[in-house]
Design a protein around this ligand. Structure first.
Ligand SMILES: C[S@@+](CC[C@H](N)C(=O)[O-])C[C@H]1O[C@@H](n2cnc3c(N)ncnc32)[C@H](O)[C@@H]1O
Length: 234
């Protein structure tokens, strides 16, 4: 099943919702300097590293991810980036910006914020997105999916409380829009359509589950969303 999952998810531009518009907004809110040291923690296949490079060409960019094939791909496609396999909770650099799109939920947002704090340079900022409930009464199908995929997913007041509890102040925050979801689900849908003919039982199961996830967003996507927060230690 793991092999089938990576078959579906290999070669995609990104592995979570996100877009150039929201990333540019975060850089503005963070006032990220021209020659910033920037880490993309949980960088996946590197779409945001490319966007960061376009917005801050003189920056020193690093990408970190547990999944070695993503890092191999970044090394091949973006040689300007220092890409390493590693755990985002175990850093050794100092950064003006730690960017993390849809990845901090892996080790846990609170653990990530605590681990990143000592690795922020003077005035350094964290910009990260996390999936949150947008309603206290989500559709049953949405509740069932996210309880399985992200148990303990928070609502906005809980999210703000954990950021502040970790010793950070929120400089700015916004929900990602439909374009950010399409940037993820669009290429994923195309890949699934290409894989469907001739798929074996295991692959078909992953394709069906992924299709259901996309349909869930199209039907009940208003019940949840990715919230991008730009935060600085108090
Ligand atoms: C949902 S994907 C998002 C990837 C990327 N940020 C993007 O938007 O395309 C989450 C990524 O976080 C990585 N990840 C999860 N836990 C991690 C950890 N503790 N350290 C480093 N990477 C981690 C996963 O391997 C995966 O590539």
């Amino acid at each position: 099943m793991k092999d089938a999952f990576f078959t579906v998810h290999s070669g995609l531009p990104r592995e979570a919702p996100g877009d150039a518009d929201s990333l540019a907004w975060a850089l503005d809110v963070a006032q990220t300097p021209v020659r910033a040291r920037i880490l993309d923690a949980g960088c996946g296949p590197g779409a945001d590293l490319a966007l960061l490079r376009a917005k801050r060409p003189a920056a020193r960019l690093e990408g970190l991810d547990l999944h070695a094939p993503f890092i191999d791909r970044i090394r091949a496609e973006q040689p300007e980036v220092k890409a390493e396999v590693g755990d985002m909770l175990v850093l050794d650099g100092s950064y003006d910006l730690i960017w993390s799109a849809g990845a901090a939920y892996g080790p846990g947002v609170t653990a990530a914020l605590a681990a990143w704090r000592p690795h922020l340079a003077q005035g350094g900022v964290v910009a990260f997105s996390d999936c949150l409930w947008r309603t206290g009464r989500p559709a049953a199908a949405a509740r069932a999916f996210w309880d399985r995929d992200y148990p303990g997913m928070m609502d906005l007041p809980g999210h703000i409380a954990r950021i502040e509890g970790a010793g950070y102040r929120i400089l700015g925050a916004r929900w990602l829009g439909a374009a950010a979801w399409e940037a993820y689900y669009g290429p994923l849908s195309e890949r699934m359509a290409a894989l469907r003919p001739g798929a074996d039982a295991e692959l078909t199961e992953v394709l069906d589950a992924t299709q259901a996830e996309i349909e869930l967003w199209r039907t009940h996507g208003g019940d949840y969303g990715y919230y991008l927060s730009v935060v600085r230690p108090v």
